[in-house]
Design a protein around this ligand. Structure first.
Ligand code: GLV
Length: 331
């Protein structure tokens, strides 16, 4: 017996949640926010994962999934009673969605909890690339100012033509911010959005031709995989800048590195990479590139909001109520 909310509850009787790997909320804040649930922590077991899952196969109805852990068909098949996946991410590319659809497994995600923070980061990366803030910081710290003299000029943000790739909730937040900075916004998306007046481009290459900057804000799907390739980058041009706060594999990284090294692209601000946490070494020496370790979504405040949403989804599921942030899986 344990004390929960000042009353005695039997821990064994609490609703059970399987957690395959600790999500960032647990890493930073522990698992107190899920104190009214019994957490089955796969990583604490000495057993290989498949054996561990086989033992708990019949009892697991709900699973908490951190964004980076792949929920493959193999794993899902080991969990025949699974009815709900709550993921702490906004992106769903780590989950085998067709298999969930086939099995009728519900999914809930972070919805737009992170959108404002991700948009702030996209704008921050862009300002950093144009105004060379990271590189200026390192210039001063290395004591180069007195010896090397004048630091190179940056480029003005106001007036730049910014193409947003994916005008979902993150893309719209980016547009709002950069519009306020005096940028000229246009976008490409799966469909033209009837409620915005920014020019719409069905083709990303055409968008790139007419812009100084591309900001990748879309999710990773079969359609967006490697969508930003050499053709797009050449269309953007030698002064062009690419910002990626979506997912690494939306950009063909090898071609991005090549374009940057060969001076065919003006700069990049990257929060996400194809093979995280590995970043191509060629980028480390380029001042026109700003790098960030997939942190756009995580601020202390947003993680707390995420905790609440995760908890609310599990509470709703175990009391047969509608999920607060369900994903509708289309055929
Ligand atoms: O990248 C993080 C997310 O999709 O939430």
């Amino acid at each position: 017996m344990e004390a929960h909310d000042n009353c005695q509850v039997n821990y064994e009787e609490l609703p059970q949640i399987l957690v395959l790997e600790p999500p960032p909320i647990m890493i930073f804040y522990g698992d107190q926010f899920l104190k009214n649930f019994r957490l089955l922590k796969a990583w604490e077991s000495q057993l290989p994962l498949d054996q561990f899952l086989t033992i708990h196969a019949q009892s697991v109805q709900a699973l908490l999934s951190p964004g980076r852990y792949l929920l493959t068909t193999d794993i899902l098949q080991l969990l025949p009673s699974l009815q709900l996946v709550v993921t702490t991410s906004a992106g769903l590319d780590h989950i085998n969605l067709p298999e969930c659809r086939r099995r009728g497994i519900s999914i809930a995600n972070a919805n737009d909890t992170y959108s404002a923070d991700v948009a702030d980061m996209a704008v921050g990366l862009l300002i950093d690339v144009f105004r060379k803030m990271s590189s200026a910081d390192s210039f001063v710290r290395k004591g180069l100012w007195p010896t090397k003299g004048d630091f190179p000029l940056g480029s003005k943000l106001g007036g730049k033509r910014v193409g947003i790739v994916g005008l979902g909730s993150i893309g719209q937040e980016v547009a709002k911010r950069l519009h306020a900075f005096g940028c000229r916004i246009s976008y490409s998306s799966r469909n033209k959005k009837p409620y915005v007046s920014y020019p719409f481009y069905p083709s990303v290459v055409q968008l790139a031709k007419d812009c100084d900057v591309l900001i990748v804000c879309c999710g990773l799907t079969q359609q967006t995989h490697h969508m930003i390739n050499k053709d797009v980058m050449l269309a953007l041009g030698k002064e062009g800048v690419v910002i990626n706060v979506g997912r690494g594999p939306i950009i063909k990284e090898e071609e991005l590195v090549q374009c940057l090294v060969q001076g065919e692209l003006g700069g990049a601000g990257l929060d996400v990479f194809e093979n995280e946490p590995n970043v191509p070494g060629e980028l480390f020496t380029l001042d026109k590139v700003v790098l960030s370790p997939h942190r756009a979504v995580h601020t202390a405040e947003t993680l707390m909001a995420m905790c609440e949403l995760v908890k609310a989804n599990f509470e709703a599921f175990f009391s047969n109520k509608p999920l607060p942030s369900p994903i509708v899986l289309n055929n």
